[in-house]
Design a binder for this molecule. Structure first.
Ligand SMILES: Nc1ncnc2c1ncn2[C@@H]1O[C@H](COP(=O)(O)OP(=O)(O)OP(=O)(O)O)[C@@H](O)[C@H]1O
Ligand SMILES: [Mg+2]
Length: 331
């Protein structure tokens, strides 16, 4: 596969399992938190990942950063398969993949100033000469919209939005090619949230960094992301251009999330931890459109052919539902 086709980073059949709470005896009672996910992120692209709590978004992110070891599949990045590498071999890739978390305060050392927080990765990875560190820190502060006076402040002296700016600056310090932002704006007030989203947009445009953006908030995903993937119970059930997925959702779960049509969601994912058919579609137990065939196997992600443009859906009924809804509307 060519570099262009495989993107900056490509996950192939990635699975991550945890002990306990599995779906049945054949899975040795291991929970498949991420289950056979294939997707890529193009250079400079913002890929959103949405889905209810417990759907596996964070686990997927941590696996691709190799904070977790995948149980199966490949993580193709810069000619290597990160899934197969040991800690030593991973080291050169670590600086290229950076993460911004939901709770900025807990990700900083309370006794370190902003300057130290930004200078530490520069020193550790020997990014620049000692004499250049102060200049680089000033540059990073400017990039994330903070005045130079912030360099001597401590984390507790900053607001949530200011801290998240420093966290983004720290992630950018090593000029990564991929930034993973896991619920990075969820704890911020609405007005501050918009500022941080615009900062991320700006950073993507200026630095061409790719962003994997994980969020519960569908409005936020629609605002920021080029493409979006919808996860349910470890499975990627729909993937496509943001306007496609939001404008013409194909999977019953995506439609339920979006509150479109009559596919309202009942119950939470944790209550659905043991679906009736471990072999069948993971969503079947909650899906009001299920038919017997849905119990046979979890459907593969297939092209939603009429939509094109890389829009894909994992539902054997998407076409039939499309027809029936078209009929409904015309009545
Ligand atoms: N370290 C772990 N050990 C055991 N189970 C885990 C671990 N981390 C996550 N899980 C389980 O894996 C599943 C997916 O969790 P994950 O945190 O990836 O979901 P999420 O989509 O990020 O949810 P949220 O939106 O709440 O952050 C859940 O059932 C969760 O309980
Ligand atoms: Mg999470």
């Amino acid at each position: 596969m060519t570099a262009a086709a495989s993107g900056l980073l490509r996950l192939e059949n990635l699975s991550v399992t945890f002990p306990g709470r599995g779906l049945g005896p054949e899975s040795s009672r291991r929970l498949r938190a991420v289950d056979d996910v294939t997707l890529h992120i193009a250079p400079g692209e913002v890929l959103g990942l949405v889905g209810e709590s417990g759907s596996g978004k964070t686990t997927l992110a941590k696996a691709l950063l190799r904070l977790y070891r995948p149980s199966d599949g490949r993580i193709l990045f810069r000619g290597a398969d990160l899934a197969a590498l040991g800690e030593r071999a991973l080291k050169p890739f670590r600086r290229d993949l950076q993460m911004v978390f939901q709770d900025p305060l807990s990700s900083f050392n309370p006794r370190q100033t902003v300057f130290e927080a930004l200078a530490t990765p520069l020193r550790l990875h020997k990014v620049c000469a000692r004499a250049e560190i102060a200049g680089r820190v000033a540059e990073l502060l400017a990039q994330v919209g903070l005045s130079p006076s912030f360099r001597d402040r401590f984390p507790h002296e900053l607001s949530g939005g200011q801290l998240q700016r420093v966290a983004i600056g720290r992630a950018l310090a090593l000029s990564p090619s991929l930034l993973v932002a896991d619920e990075a704006v969820s704890k911020l007030d609405v007005s501050v949230r918009a500022q941080i989203l615009n900062l991320l947009k700006d950073i993507r445009e200026r630095h061409g960094v790719s962003i994997l953006f994980i969020t519960h908030d569908l409005h936020v995903a629609r605002y920021l992301c080029d493409r979006v993937g919808v996860m349910y119970f470890g499975k990627l059930v729909e993937l496509g251009g943001t306007e496609r997925v939001f404008g013409q959702p194909r999977h019953p779960y995506t439609r339920a999330l979006l509150g479109t049509l009559e596919d309202a969601l009942g119950g939470g994912i944790e209550e659905q931890i043991a679906p009736p058919s471990p072999a069948g579609c993971r969503y079947a137990s909650r899906c009001r459109h299920r038919i017997d065939a849905c119990g046979a196997a979890h459907p593969a992600l297939e092209a939603a052919a009429d939509a094109g443009g890389g829009h894909a859906v994992a539902c054997i009924r998407w076409r039939a539902l499309l027809d029936s809804h078209t009929t409904d509307k015309s009545e």
